[in-house]
Every structure is written in C-alpha cells, then in structure tokens.
Ligand binder design. Structure first.
Ligand code: ZN
Length: 339
C-alpha cells in the first residue's frame, strides 16, 4: 500500500534542477520495489499439522524427516507463532516458519540428512544454523540457538544428529533489556541456501517477510515432517523474476564494487595514498558485512580490497624510491660541485 504513495511523491518532486534528489529517489525506488508485491489473498495463519505422533519418527530409520526437538514444545506459551502468522501494525509481515517453545538448553536435532551450509551469529536469531537437504531439494533453518553452548559449525549431518541447543532469552536474539522467549524458529524452504540472495524479501535467512511465505518457497514445517514425502525431483522451487530474487543484492554489490573501483582508479591516477587506504578499508568492511549476509558481491569486494592494499604498498614503495632518487641526485650534484 505504501509503494504507490512513494511513486506519486517521486513523480511530483521530479525536478530537473534537483538531480541529486532524482538519483536518490530512483535508487530508493529500485530498493523498495521488491517490497511492493502485494501479499496473496490466501496468506493466512496456518494451524500446525497434527504433530502428536512426530516424536516417534526419530526412532524410525526408514523415515526421511523427524521432529527437530525432543519434546513437542507447543503448550506452555499462549500462542507460538504459526506458519504465515501476520505481524501487527501497518508494516505487516508474515512468519515464514513455525515456533516451538521449550526452555533454554533443549537440544536441537537435524530434521533430515544433509550438509550444514551456514552456522553463525545472525541479527535477531542469536545463533543460526542452516542445513541443505539436496535429496529433497530443501533447506532447513534453526533460529534462536545458543551462541554460548555447543553448536555444530560445518559438515555433513544425519537425521537426528545434535546440532546445538536453544539459547537463553538474552542470547537468542534477545538481550538483557529486551529478553526473547526461548524457542526454536524452525523453517523449511524449497531449494538450497545458495539459490537465494542475502538481501530483500527472498533472502535466505528471512524470519518475517512481506510477501506470503509460501509464494517465495517457504513450506509449512509440520506438514513436511508429518507428510514424510519427497515429490519426484524434490520440492519445486518458487517462481519469481531475477530482479525480485536478486535485485537488492545486485544493486548493493554494484554500488560498492563500482564505488570502490572508482576510488581505487582515482587514487592510482592521482597517487593519493590516503584515498587508497580509505577505499581499501571501506571495501574490506563492506565485504565483511556482505559475507555475514551471504551476499555474493563480497568476493568481488575482498578481491578489490586486496588490490587496494597492493596499490597502497606500490605507491609507498614508489614514493620511497623517488625520495631516494632525489637524495642520490643531490649527492651527485654536491660531488660535482666539490670537483
Ligand atoms: Zn519464529
């Protein structure tokens, strides 16, 4: 609903005299456009599939999937967030997973065989683990784990392997000031983690998103667990334009890579060591942030940061050579004068 307003404002303020605003508006428009898609009418909070028999799945080696916790953990909290639950307020978002409430320290298990494709700190989640399951063409997401307790960092896992523990309310994405109720945020999505961008509504680590979660590949976890069925060829990946999926990441990467490259070329041409150092530091910083978000552009950024460092060293050595050269020249002149 907000996007048409922005479009109108943009149209009114498009003044050729104000080029900076025009460019800024255009950039913002492109960035916001991925949030413009209206939620599907069918998006509603979905009750969990009946998980009462799910605890027995862990013992059955014939089955593909199991429940990721030792207890169902549905009861002691008034209303754990269900799949597609809408957030309150004007900026409505939908829950792309199911929440299971259990105390801190509860072990968390891999829900199927797979390979860990991410394990690290992530804003809002405390510790986050992602497991790719190529045999079913899905990945599973385990949020609000404990960064301080043991957690599995990489490698292949089998169904039921211990991967970590639920985090305390001040380390699971919450803080001492704003504690978060201890729970597992468990998501399942068609495709593998690297099929998705690190930015925007299609981002691979999303917990709450503007589009209907099922439109962007998220599946109802309890249904997948109880269904125990892998469609031929695996779960089908969602449809979406290249721009919808990758637009924000592409723009951010282009902005940083392009800007960094311009700064480096300028510093090389003008022999400005300080600008090289600054560009290198900024590129390395952007690369660090991008790598946390799993954005592809960070490889290019790190390569450019290394290039920038090379330029800084080259410029320093060149300056020193020139100074030495000048010094030798003066000495030679002085010698000639004495003769
Ligand atoms: Zn959640």
């Amino acid at each position: 609903m907000r996007c048409p307003m922005i479009l109108r404002e943009w149209g009114e303020k498009q003044n050729p005299a104000n080029k900076a605003y025009f460019v800024a508006s255009l950039l913002w428009l492109v960035l916001l456009s991925s949030g413009c898609s209206q939620p599907a009418a069918t998006c509603y909070q979905q009750p969990r599939a009946d998980l009462s028999g799910a605890l027995a799945y862990a013992a059955d080696d014939e089955l593909e999937f199991q429940y990721p916790l030792p207890e169902l953990g549905l009861k002691d909290y008034p209303e754990p967030a269900r799949f597609c639950k809408a957030s309150r307020g004007s900026n409505r978002k939908y829950h792309a997973a199911e929440d299971y409430h259990l105390p801190a320290g509860t072990p968390v298990y891999a829900f199927a065989d797979g390979v860990i494709s991410f394990s690290g700190r992530m804003g809002g989640y405390g510790w986050l683990i992602i497991i790719d399951h190529p045999q079913a063409n899905i990945y599973s997401l385990y949020g609000h784990l404990s960064p301080s307790r043991w957690k599995l960092k990489s490698g292949a896992v089998e169904k039921g392997d211990l991967i970590g523990y639920l985090g305390d309310s001040d380390e699971n994405g919450g803080s001492a000031k704003n504690p978060l109720v201890t729970h597992l945020h468990f998501g399942i999505r068609a495709g593998q983690r690297t099929d998705y961008s690190g930015q925007g509504e299609w981002r691979w680590m999303a917990g709450w998103i503007k589009p209907c979660p099922s439109d962007v590949g998220w599946l109802k976890p309890s249904q997948v667990i109880t269904g125990q069925e892998i469609p031929p060829g695996g779960f089908p990946e969602p449809e979406g334009s290249l721009f919808e999926k990758w637009g924000e990441e592409l723009i951010l990467s282009l902005f940083n890579v392009g800007g960094g490259l311009v700064a480096l070329i300028y510093s090389l041409k003008k022999k400005k060591t300080f600008i090289s150092i600054f560009a290198t530091a900024m590129l390395a910083l952007a690369g660090g942030v991008f790598s946390i978000k799993g954005t592809r552009g960070y490889y290019a950024l790190f390569a450019m940061a290394v290039l920038g460092l090379g330029i800084v060293i080259y410029q320093y050595l060149q300056k020193r050579n020139e100074e030495q050269g000048e010094g030798e020249g003066r000495e030679a002149q002085e010698e000639q004068g004495q003769q």
